[in-house]
Design a protein around this ligand. Sequence first.
Ligand code: F3S
Length: 432
Amino acid sequence: MILTEDERRMRDGAEGPAVAAAMDLLIRYGHAVGAERLCDVRNVAGTMTQPSPVKARLVAEGGRDKAFAVINLDSDGDFAIPDMRVPTCQLQHGFGQDALDIVPYPRGNIELQADAEAFYGRHGVNILATCTPYQVGNLPTFGEHCAWMESSAVIYANSVLGARTNCEGIASTGAASLTGKIPCAGNHLAANRPGTHLISVDPKARVDSFLDWGMLGYFAGGVAGEDHPVITGDFARPDLTDLKHFGAAAATSGGVELYHIPGITPEAPTVEAAFGGAGNVPPATAAHAYGPAERRQVYETLNDIGDSRDVDFVLLGCPHASVDQVRQVAAALEGRRLSASTELWIMVPRALREIADRSGYTAVIRQAGGRVLTDSCPAMSRVAPKGTRVFATDSAKQAHYLPAILGIEAWFGTTRECVDAAVTGRWNGALR
Ligand code: F3S
């Protein structure tokens, strides 16, 4: 791999042993993925603070520096961790501290996480505590190279913002934060970014709601796998929350990190541009149709695990909700009261919670018996309200993952259907 003078200096220890270990890791990683060089990054997003038994043991043995060396740098060196070299943010936590007295979180994990938050904050990591950094001010510019974790954030950065990032891990983001480098491979290279699969939305399955964008994303992930779907056909213009849901779903049913919607996403002014040239556009006969049958199939898959219609728990805000989503939930709950047997949580970034509070939305939701919670989600903390057997959600991602993680039944539907289920305690959703 070709290294610049600056990269060689870092590798050889001119900036200390932690940076040298970080460069060593990136060079090994670069070789493994066939990168010819490293690219400069000034935007790193990682999930550094989540507690784990291994981390707890390392912290007990050698403190946070030791844990960072082993987990984030794949090094057994004994050295102090310097401040981050480039802007770095923390994504979602393992636990939301504001739910400590609501759900049975292990107190030791909360303490470990708080200690990690303080350590990373002191070293220059912005503690955003959300899987949606782009909702709280971390908006990379078009074409900017980044090193991000979290599949729903990665697909948003690549597709909606036109930034360039692979789906990184704990070690590579740790090394990137100390060096400002990441292997230049995969989504960083223009040649790897054109569309691969053409999906055509049939007018009879017109996509024009949050629910529909999530279902179309789930379909697109199933079709494209780890490649790049291109969406054409009959759909209403999506907004931020629609694209957030679409991307999270596509990264769930498949491993999609980049998609194009001609006329909507920035690298695809046209279908031809989405595929990297007119000659690469698949013939119409090769398009994957998304019609009423496919739409129903996705809906049934996401509701496959629902059996009992008695709903114990309603979970909204995956990926973390926008302020407008919180406003909609508050409007749907105004003057109503949750069923005595049902809990409702809406997960939001902690920075947006402040806006929801000051806009009065949190108070309305709380008055109805619901909760606006921050920092994490049940899939991360692996905890739901005590006794939950059946949950309902408007998120294709949570409907896919949570039943397997917690061994519970799931219903998937519109936000309004979920709110109604929280009020009545019964699931009455249906595909319309
Ligand atoms: Fe975010 Fe949890 Fe969903 S981290 S994307 S709310 S699974």
